[in-house]
Design a protein around this ligand. Structure first.
Ligand code: UP5
Ligand code: MG
Length: 195
């Protein structure tokens, strides 16, 4: 199956909107493979011998976006490592800016079929509180880093969502409700998409 295209759904939304939470449920119930770009970067940051550890940490703390060559390679490696069994890939928290989008297209266009963008929207105050309450020791879950993540989201990631909206590819869900209520909407969207 050398030229088989992988199914991909991008999952975007502000920090703390519930991307990871919903992706775990989609993976468990619908058979997609969840790849969080943020989780892959955090793992690479911890990997012994990584030449990118410090660079990644400085971007994560500052809420800025890691160069696409690094992130896209981690995503592609994870896709290859996961094998062919999955229904498709949920790519959580990517592409976050124009550099991400351009790099992804250069490297992946001929290998994937991006079906749609799942967009979890939620008021910024709700997102901030969720990040502050998460309690997993993330180095970017402090007031200062959260504010920076939100500025980056508004200035760089929201325009990517708008870009996909123009192509009618965005499926928006109100992520403010309970995780169960949000997931019910998520399932409806995947059913309507034929998954
Ligand atoms: N929670 C979730 N859903 C809830 C609900 N419906 N009701 C109440 N509570 C809910 O959820 C956050 C918290 O809220 C959790 O405690 C959860 O239980 C609760 P989660 O599902 O983790 O939300 P998520 O949207 O995944 O939040 P996250 O903080 O992971 O989003 P970010 O986009 O900020 O973080 P990410 O890991 O994607 O990126 C981190 C950094 O990595 C970026 O800032 C950037 O520096 C770098 N990065 C790149 O450079 N490039 C990339 O491509 C990706 C990341
Ligand atoms: Mg996440």
């Amino acid at each position: 199956s050398g030229n088989k295209l992988h199914n991909v759904v991008f999952v975007l939304g502000p920090p703390g909107s519930g991307k990871g939470t919903q992706c775990s449920r989609i993976q468990a119930n619908l058979g997609f493979t969840h790849l969080s770009a943020g989780d892959l970067l955090r793992a690479e940051r911890q990997r012994h011998g990584s030449e990118f550890g410090e660079l990644i940490e400085s971007h994560i703390r500052g809420g800025t976006i890691v160069p696409v060559e690094i992130t896209c390679k981690l995503l592609e490696n994870a896709m290859l490592a996961s094998g062919d069994s999955a229904k498709g890939f949920l790519i959580d928290g990517f592409p976050r800016n124009q550099d991400n989008l351009d790099g992804w297209k250069r490297q992946m266009s001929d290998k994937v079929n991006v079906h749609f963008v799942l967009y979890l929207s939620a008021p910024i105050e709700v997102c901030v509180q969720r990040c502050l309450n998460r309690g997993q020791g993330r180095t970017d879950d402090n007031e200062e880093s959260i504010q920076k993540r939100i500025v980056t989201y508004n200035e760089q990631t929201y325009p990517i969502i708008k870009h996909y909206e123009k192509q009618n590819m965005v499926r928006e869900i109100n992520g403010e409700k309970s995780a169960d209520e949000v997931y019910a909407e998520v399932e409806r969207i995947f059913q309507n998409a034929g998954f």
